[in-house]
Design a protein around this ligand. Structure first.
Ligand SMILES: *Cc1c(COP(=O)(O)O)cnc(C)c1O
Length: 398
C-alpha cells in the first residue's frame, strides 16, 4: 500500500492522517481499514451487540455495547466527518433523528430561526415536537441575513438553514449568515442534504454543525434511511455523543454499511447528477410549456453568484413551473417513463414529483406554501438523451 501506514488499532482507525488525501480518496478509504484477520478490503458488517472485555471495564478494542459504538458505524462516522472537514461525526437512524439530536441542545423558552422554505419534516419536528417541549421558532427569509437581526431576541440560540432549499432551490450565503449569527452569539446549523460535502462544505464556511439525510445522495441508491451530524465544536460533539447513546436512535450495522458503500461513489455520481441536470436545464429553459426554471446554475437565478462561490457544482435537483398551471404540472408528473413519479431524491434513478400535492402538501396555506404549477425533478445518472426525450414527451402532454 502506498501512503502512510495504517496506524494504531486496525479496528478503530483508517488512514492515520486522512487530511493528507483528496476527497475521492477519503470517500473510498477514510475510516475503512482492511479487515485485520483476512485483509478484506471492505469494512465488515459487524452484527455483534456486545464485545468481549479483557478485564472488568476494559473492552478489548474500545467497544462495549452496540448502541454506544459499533465498528461499521464507526467507519461510517469517521469517513463522513472527514468528507465534511469536521472533527466529529454521529450517525443516526434517519435525517430527522439526527436533527432531533441537535435540537435537544435547546432548553424550554429558547428560540430557533429557520429558513422560510425549510424541509417540511424539519418544520414539523421543530414546531410540533420541540414546540410542545417549549422551544419557539420563527421562519425568516435567510436570503437577507440582516433579517436575522430583526428577528433576534435574547432567547434566540440557533439558526437553521438549508441551501439550496427544497423545492425552490433558493441559495443562502452560509458565510454571511454565520458572521451575523456568531456576532449575535448563536449557533448555525446547515442541512447539507441537497449539496452533499462533495459540492459544499459548510463547516469551512463557518457553520457550527452540518446535518444530513443520508437517505438521499450519501446512500444514493434509494435503499437506506439514515441521518448524520458533523461538527468540529467539542461542546456540540459532547452533546451529540451523549444523546446518541442516551436516546439510541442509531442506525443498524447494515444501514451503516449501505451509506459507507454509497459514499465511495459519491464524487462520480455527483459529477453525473450535475452534468445531466445542466443539460436538462438547457432544454427546459427553451421549452414553450415551461414558464420558469429554478436552478442555481442559471445566470438569472438570484443565488447564482453565491452558489458559484460556495459550491463546487450546482447539483442534481431542478424545479420548474408550467405555463399551463396546476393541471399541466400534474399531467407532466404522470407522463414520464424514465423519471419515476415518487417522493425522495438523490439516488441513481431519476424521480419526478409535484411538491404542492406530494412532499409539501402540509405547507398549504402557510408561509412555506409552494406554487401549484411547480414540478421538482431529482436528476439521476441515466443516459441524458433518455432523460431529455422522456421530459420532452411528457411536456408535450401539458
Ligand atoms: C429527506 C430530508 C430530510 C429528512 O431526512 P429523513 O432521512 O427522511 O429523516 C431532512 N432534510 C432534507 C433537506 C431532506 O431532503
Amino acid at each position: 500500500m502506498t501512503g502512510p501506514a495504517m496506524g494504531g488499532d486496525p479496528l478503530l482507525s483508517g488512514f492515520e492522517n486522512p487530511d493528507d488525501y483528496g476527497f475521492e480518496t477519503r470517500a473510498v478509504r477514510a475510516g475503512q481499514p482492511h479487515d485485520p484477520r483476512t485483509g478484506g478490503v471492505v469494512t465488515p458488517i459487524a452484527l455483534s451487540t456486545t464485545f468481549a472485555q479483557d478485564a472488568v471495564g476494559e473492552p478489548k478494542f474500545g467497544y462495549e455495547y452496540a448502541r454506544t459504538g459499533n465498528p461499521t458505524r464507526h467507519a461510517y462516522e469517521e469517513c463522513l466527518a472527514s468528507l465534511e472537514g469536521a472533527s466529529h461525526g454521529f450517525a443516526f437512524a434517519s435525517g430527522l433523528a439526527a436533527e432531533d439530536a441537535l435540537l435537544r441542545m435547546l432548553e424550554p423558552g429558547d428560540q430557533v430561526l429557520l429558513g422560510d422554505d425549510a424541509y417540511g419534516g424539519t418544520f414539523r419536528l421543530i414546531s410540533k415536537v420541540h414546540g410542545a417541549a417549549g422551544i419557539r421558532h420563527t421562519a425568516v427569509d435567510l436570503t437577507n441575513p440582516d433579517a436575522i437581526r430583526d428577528s433576534w431576541t435574547p432567547e434566540t440560540r440557533m439558526v437553521w438553514l438549508e441551501t439550496p432549499t427544497n423545492p425552490l432551490l433558493t441559495v443562502i450565503d452560509i458565510d454571511r449568515v454565520a458572521d451575523v449569527v456568531h456576532e449575535l452569539g448563536g449557533t448555525v446549523v446547515v442541512d447539507n442534504t441537497f449539496a452533499t460535502p462533495y459540492l459544499q462544505r459548510p463547516i469551512s464556511l463557518g457553520a457550527d454543525a452540518v446535518v444530513h439525510s443520508a437517505t438521499k445522495y450519501l446512500g444514493g441508491h434509494s435503499d437506506v434511511v439514515g441521518g448524520f451530524v458533523a461538527t468540529s465544536d467539542n461542546r456540540i460533539a459532547d452533546h451529540l455523543g451523549f444523546v446518541q447513546n442516551a436516546v439510541g436512535a442509531v442506525p443498524g450495522p447494515f444501514d451503516c454499511y449501505l451509506v459507507l458503500r454509497g459514499m465511495k461513489t459519491l464524487a462520480v455520481r455527483m459529477d453525473r447528477h450535475c452534468s445531466n441536470a445542466s443539460t436538462i436545464v438547457e432544454v427546459l429553459v427553451e421549452h414553450p410549456r415551461v414558464s420558469h426554471v429554478l436552478y442555481p446554475g442559471l445566470e438569472g437565478h438570484p443565488g447564482h453568484e453565491i452558489a458559484g462561490r460556495q459550491m463546487d457544482g450546482f447539483g442534481g435537483m431542478v424545479s420548474f413551473r408550467l405555463a399551463g398551471g396546476r393541471e399541466a404540472a400534474e399531467k407532466v408528473a404522470v407522463s414520464t417513463e424514465v423519471f419515476t413519479l415518487a417522493e425522495s431524491l438523490g439516488a441513481v434513478e431519476s424521480l419526478i414529483e409535484h411538491p404542492g400535492v406530494m412532499t409539501h402538501a402540509s405547507a398549504a396555506g402557510s408561509a412555506l406554501e409552494v406554487p401549484d404549477d411547480l414540478i421538482r425533478i431529482s436528476v439521476g445518472i441515466e443516459s441524458v438523451e433518455d432523460l431529455v426525450a422522456d421530459l420532452e414527451r411528457a411536456l408535450a402532454t401539458a
